[in-house]
Design a binder for this molecule. Structure first.
Ligand SMILES: [Zn+2]
Length: 425
């Protein structure tokens, strides 16, 4: 199991120059090695044996040819070669399995400004007391983060953003594997339907989509306008570009922070969480006709990624129900399928049993049932059904365990709803 630790770092001028050098050199050697591979392939394309036996040039040989590479972090160059190898491997594995994986591409200067380096004989170190991080060729860098971990650092990815900030993502080796829960109480299972309007909804609670980008739309427009007015290549244009990039950074961080906190609370509160697996097409379904700020705000992928790993760290269960499962169309009371249900219909009545459903609520009940079936039949998890008459009647507590999920959810959602422009977390 691998965990990641992301922090902003504050390199000084010398360190910044060194970071830029290594980013450039990592990209350069990657592109060199890719073109070498392409040439070799062309040369031996009709002789598979010769192609297999061919040995490619190493970083050392490249350093002789291009001495400036010596100035970069040498382990980062090695990591570049490994990345390329992995990209090839992914491509060929994709071919075998009939999946479409792109052929490795040349890295452009306009692309992501990043490089990865690996732990080798203690070259990457962290000092939580001094809030300093040691990276090869850079020495000690300051960071600002309260979190502490004891896991071994596997590798570090250094990144420069468009707003000229620097971040490090440390990949950690988890000390021990967490044991998966084999028994889950029904009351500790929850499911949500997700849409652009209702971020999370089920039969107990509803949380409107927090509109982080939408709320800042006015400012975004103003800053974009200012940028477009500036002369190309001018200093003022660069200033305006930075302003806009920082503005986007702020919104992104606000949203990321909110998502981390929400997923942490959900993962703590429940032993199994069930959601629908929305594919790209499904996302378009939700986002079609919506303003860009709305689609930016509905980040299903970010939410599910955070939630999934947080649940897994705790040995809990995260279930994505297949998108082909007709969660919206099934009547959650009798199982009748409403094949005529359109996307616009928010409320519908079952023609078999006569129950009137709210679309999203009904979908969440179906998702929950399907998720429980998957847990039992595919993951062999024992689901414990708590009888209301025997649980929760001890002592002077007036409420039984059956009300726990609703209370928990209402409490939790209350903390995370963002009705006003101010963000209180
Ligand atoms: Zn029905």
């Amino acid at each position: 199991m691998i965990r990641a630790f992301n922090v902003r770092i504050y390199p000084n001028k010398t360190q910044r120059t060194q970071i830029h050098k290594t980013i450039g050199c990592s990209r350069f050697i990657y592109n060199q090695m890719l073109s070498e591979r392409k040439e070799v392939y062309e040369r031996f394309r009709d002789d598979k044996d010769a192609l297999k036996k061919h040995t490619y040039k190493t970083e050392k040989q490249y350093k002789v040819k291009f001495p400036f590479l010596k100035e970069a972090d040498s382990i980062a160059l090695q990591a570049s070669r490994e990345h390329l190898f992995k990209a090839y491997q992914n491509y060929f594995n994709g071919l075998k399995k009939g999946r479409k994986v792109g052929f490795p591409k040349f890295k452009s200067k306009k692309g992501k400004e990043t490089y990865t380096t690996k732990q080798t004989n203690g070259n990457i170190k962290i000092d939580f007391k001094r809030k300093k991080l040691k990276l090869p060729k850079l020495g000690w860098l300051s960071f600002n983060d309260k979190r502490v971990f004891s896991e071994e650092i596997k590798h570090a990815t250094i990144k420069k953003t468009k707003s000229n900030k620097y971040f490090v993502s440390l990949t950690l080796k988890a000390q021990e594997d967490v044991k998966e829960l084999q028994e889950v109480h029904e009351k500790d299972i929850t499911a949500f339907d997700m849409s652009a309007k209702n971020f999370l909804v089920n039969d107990l609670v509803k949380m409107e989509n927090p509109r982080f980008y939408r709320l800042e739309q006015k400012k975004t427009k103003k800053l974009s306008k200012e940028l477009s007015r500036k002369k190309k290549g001018s200093k003022n244009r660069e200033k305006a570009r930075l302003k806009l990039a920082r503005h986007y950074d702020t919104i992104y961080n606000r949203k990321k922070d909110w998502t981390h906190k929400l997923t942490r609370k959900l993962a703590d509160a429940f032993d199994a969480i069930i959601l629908e697996n929305l594919n790209v097409k499904g996302m378009q379904k939700f986002n079609s006709g919506l303003a860009k700020s709305v689609s930016l705000d509905f980040s299903w992928y970010q939410f599910t990624t955070y939630l999934k790993y947080k649940m897994e760290w705790l040995g809990k269960h995260f279930v994505l129900v297949d998108r082909f499962f007709a969660s919206s169309k099934l009547c959650s009371c009798c199982g009748w399928k409403n094949n005529n249900l359109t996307l616009r219909e928010r409320v519908w009545t079952c023609l078999d049993c006569g129950t009137t459903h709210e679309r999203d609520e009904n979908a969440s009940v179906n998702l929950r049932d399907e998720g429980i079936r998957i847990l039992k039949e595919e993951k062999y998890i024992t689901i414990i059904h708590d009888d209301k008459t025997t649980v929760g009647t001890t002592g002077s507590h007036a409420f039984g365990d059956d009300v726990r999920p609703k209370e928990i959810l209402q409490n939790l959602f209350g903390q995370f709803s963002r009705k006003k422009e101010s963000i209180t977390l």
